[in-house]
Ligand binder design. Structure first.
Ligand SMILES: [Zn+2]
Length: 464
């Protein structure tokens, strides 16, 4: 994510959410946990199973803001389950089936609690089909900003970090459970409906058009997006893969947003030369016009850019470089818990600096000197607190740590470490300790003390 302005976030007490496990019943079948146990997102995610695939079929009518959908999840039980939970905020559930058989279901706030007719043994693969509908709403979050399904004058934008997906489909809403997706979105003829991944064609019937998308690489739920409305959609290819970009029709066709998104392929190539092969089957970007989207987000294969980045009237490819760098750092290799978000933002911010230097802007050395001088060393990059997830300690200090690593090991080793890390952990979930361990092995030297000083130490390390 990129924010246009520095956030001065208030202090927020974070309570550990209680797990959902109670006593065992027959045969060791117990209810799955009510959340993923991540204190940055209390209540989000669930336990006891792993989703492999989501097949979503949704219809949205901007005239009455109603969404109706069917979600079919392919799931594996990670222990014996008598019941399990999905995250679903608002909306009404009409019916739930597990392996085709009707299942009991009830709601508890933003949780959908499903009790199948029979217990699910550990290791069992099963399908969950949920039919649902209603008027979707974003999740109010006074600290991090509202995420989720926003109605717009011409359609909708579903977007947000750390949470958004549960406002438009039932989901295990935590990045630790990545899955593949097929999404079919039906909207009135004439509107575009963009989502993640490879375009799989459109069909029209009775005044409605269905747009189909497929994401075959595992994707964290916060990286899903849905953008519906009046857009200029451009479909091409880059490096033999589909490249789909879209610019809101209310933005000028030759304006800075369109010009910036048009450089997507060029920026990708710059990053791939440093980080290794692009990890997904499609490229793209969407420039929206809604002022409530005050950020850009690295939604997988198709980042979404808010209008503020282009308000100066000049193109802004630094934000494009940031969101595209996330395709490697954050999307392909994802955090296992939000306290390690610097692994996403530190590298994406550093990529922004590299691109700026390459594109005739400020040198990395100059940016490093400025950011170093402005750093508050009392604020750690790792475990910055929920309110600090999008703060300078994560982005700027995190990027300074990346630069310190580069200077310590030299360019050749630095890029070899990054490429090796991205290849080894592709499609996976990682922690800060994983990264430091990998870097030490790949570089063949101790790096923990150096990275600790740059990431979490309370005093300024010597400028490299
Ligand atoms: Zn970011």
């Amino acid at each position: 994510m990129t924010h246009r302005r520095v956030w001065v976030a208030g202090v927020l007490a974070v309570a550990l959410a209680a797990g959902g496990c109670t006593g065992a019943d027959d045969g060791g079948f117990r209810p799955g946990a009510a959340d993923a146990g991540d204190p940055y997102v209390p209540g989000a995610g669930n336990g006891g199973y792993d989703v492999g695939h989501y097949a979503l079929d949704v219809r949205y009518d901007p005239a009455d803001d109603r969404l109706t959908g069917t979600a079919t999840l392919t799931v594996t039980a990670t222990r014996a389950l008598s019941a399990f939970q999905l995250d679903l905020a608002g909306l009404t559930v009409d019916r739930v089936a597990v392996d085709g058989a009707p299942a009991r279901h009830r709601r508890d706030g933003a949780e959908l609690i499903v009790t199948p007719a029979h217990g699910l043994p550990a290791g069992k693969r099963f399908t969950v089909e949920v039919a649902y509908g209603g008027v979707p709403r974003p999740l109010p979050d006074p600290v991090l900003g509202d995420g989720g399904f926003h109605h717009t004058p011409d359609g909708a934008i579903a977007l947000g970090q750390p949470q958004s997906a549960s406002t438009w489909f039932p989901v295990n809403d935590h990045p630790s459970d990545k899955a593949t997706y097929d999404v079919a979105v039906t909207v009135p003829d004439g509107l575009a409906a963009l989502a993640n991944g490879v375009p799989k064609g459109r069909t029209t019937a009775g005044g409605w058009t269905t747009w189909r998308w497929s994401e075959r690489s595992p994707m964290a739920s916060y990286l899903t997006t849905l953008v519906i409305g009046d857009y200029r959609v451009t479909t091409g290819t880059h490096g033999g893969k589909p490249l789909v970009t879209a610019v809101a029709a209310t933005l000028p066709a030759d304006g800075p947003a369109a010009a910036s998104v048009a450089r997507t392929g060029e920026v990708v190539d710059f990053l791939a030369a440093r980080f290794g092969p692009y990890p997904f089957d499609a490229y793209g970007g969407v420039a929206v016009a809604d002022d409530r989207i005050r950020y850009a987000l690295e939604t997988q294969t198709r980042p979404v850019y808010g209008p503020g980045f282009f308000r100066s009237g000049r193109p802004n490819t630094e934000v494009v470089a940031h969101e595209l760098a996330h395709q490697w750092f954050g999307d392909s290799v994802s955090v296992a818990r939000w306290s390690d978000i610097w692994l996403n933002e530190g590298f994406a911010t550093y990529a922004e600096w590299l691109w700026a230097e390459h594109d005739g802007g400020r040198t990395v050395a100059r940016t490093v000197a400025d950011r170093y001088a402005a750093t508050d060393w009392s604020k750690p990059s790792v475990d910055p607190g929920r309110a600090g997830m999008f703060g300078d300690a994560v982005y700027q200090r995190g990027a300074l740590a990346v630069h310190a690593l580069r200077r310590a090991v030299g360019d050749e080793t630095f890029y070899r470490v990054l490429r090796g890390w991205l290849a080894e952990r592709r499609d996976g979930n990682v922690t800060t300790a994983d990264f430091i361990g990998y870097a030490e092995r790949a570089a063949g030297r101790p790096l923990r003390a150096l990275l600790d000083a740059w990431l979490v130490g309370g005093t300024p390390p010597g400028l490299p």
